[in-house]
Design a protein around this ligand. Structure first.
Ligand SMILES: Cc1ncc(C[n+]2csc(CCOP(=O)(O)OP(=O)(O)O)c2C)c(N)n1
Ligand SMILES: [Mg+2]
Length: 360
């Protein structure tokens, strides 16, 4: 899938910058350097997380490689009174918002109780795994912001697959009818697990917005500067009373859906290679060097610093201990049914070490 002719792009595939009349660049040189560093850090930590899973140190991981521009650029546009509602792939959003990377992976080590961070202390709500269900959360929260007169807006992260859910359509409609300060940011990475976008929708996602009366735009989701400029402008407009917006950030997932998936079963390597060539980090690096916003010595320093942070991340990941299996049942019922109570007891009594797995 290729960009629509109307798509907003500030930094093209070759790292050439052209400002945009409606969505001008809203970052200074230092901020662009900082965001480059965050993108490179997210790439390195994500790569390490995949490694940890392959080494049996983590149950599952949901790779974000090649979606760093969409995640870092959008998250960097959030202001202190805004609130972001993620799905489950928003590791890069959490890192950009300053959450501890190892807290963001707790849920993937089975530490299911509480999600890993306190959403009341952060702009970021907890990950949401039932597809699309964060859209009514964001919409309701935006309604509350209006009533409480909070100067902010909600940013709702959705995938392309979430546009097959009723929750997203109901939220688009409701937010338009009530003119709510919510921005829907869709990372169209062109797959919902194995289902390609061509099998999900006959129209580009951003074109769905107008049917609800939601202003909509497609952007180059591999362009850090466009992701930041458009999310910033749309959050401000939503907050100013202009109503909701839908941003379709066209990108690609170069890795598997999760570490349990084998993407070679449903797509060609040539397609992955094409999108690897459109790498969002390479493009910013080229721009930094060609416009003399940074030099090679600075890039080398960044690389060394990221290497250190990645080593620390690995150590922190190894020290996250999953809860006892029986804790899975806590906080589920006010009064636990007797059959579940019996299950909890049998788990507690189960002696893993003494089990003879070869017994017929
Ligand atoms: C309601 C619901 N149905 C099905 C699933 C299983 N499921 C997990 S991820 C996924 C695809 C999501 O695709 P997309 O929204 O494009 O997000 P991406 O994973 O590409 O970031 C599905 C169907 C789910 N989590 N929730
Ligand atoms: Mg997708």
């Amino acid at each position: 899938m290729e960009l629509h002719p109307s798509a907003v792009q500030l930094l093209d595939e070759n790292g050439v910058f052209t400002d945009h009349a409606n969505y001008p660049l809203a970052l200074g040189h230092k901020e662009i350097r900082d965001l480059y560093k965050t993108m490179a850090l997210v790439r390195s930590l994500d790569t390490e997380a995949v490694r940890l899973q392959r080494q049996g140190k983590m149950n599952l991981w949901c790779p974000v490689a090649s979606q760093e521009a969409a995640q870092v650029g959008s998250a960097a546009a959030l202001r202190v009174h805004d609130r972001a509602f993620p799905q489950g792939r928003e590791f890069g959003v959490g890192v950009t918002l300053g959450l501890a990377p190892h807290d963001l992976l707790r849920v993937w080590k089975g530490e299911v109780l509480g999600g890993g961070w306190d959403p009341r202390e952060s702009v970021l709500a907890l990950y949401t795994f039932p597809i699309g269900s964060q859209a009514p959360h964001a919409t309701g929260y935006a309604m509350g912001m209006v009533r409480d007169k909070v100067d902010g807006a909600a940013l709702c992260y959705v995938g392309d697959g979430a546009f097959g859910s009723g929750d997203v359509h109901e939220s688009l409609n409701w937010s338009a009818v009530f003119n709510l300060p919510v921005v829907f940011f869709c990372q169209n990475n062109q797959y919902a697990i194995s289902v390609p976008f061509s099998r999900q929708s006959a129209t580009p996602i951003f074109q769905r917005g107008s049917g609800f009366g939601v202003r909509s735009v497609q952007i180059d989701g591999n362009d850090l500067l466009a992701c930041h400029a458009v999310v910033k402008a749309e959050l401000e407009r939503a907050q100013a009373g202009e109503g909701p917006a839908l941003i379709e950030a066209l990108t690609y997932r170069v890795g598997p859906h999760t570490t349990s998936d084998d993407a070679s079963r449903y797509r060609e390597a040539a397609e992955e290679d094409l999108w690897r060539g459109r790498d969002p980090i390479d493009r910013v690096r080229t721009y930094l060097l060609s416009s003399e916003i940074a030099d090679q010595a600075w890039l080398d320093e960044v690389e060394a610093d990221i290497r250190e942070q990645t080593t620390a991340f690995r150590g922190e990941c190894l020290s996250v201990t999953p809860p006892e299996p029986g804790e899975l049942f806590d906080h589920t019922y006010a009064e636990m049914p007797s059959n579940l109570a019996a299950e909890v007891r049998s788990i507690a009594e189960f002696d893993l070490e003494a089990t003879d797995w070869n017994r017929p």
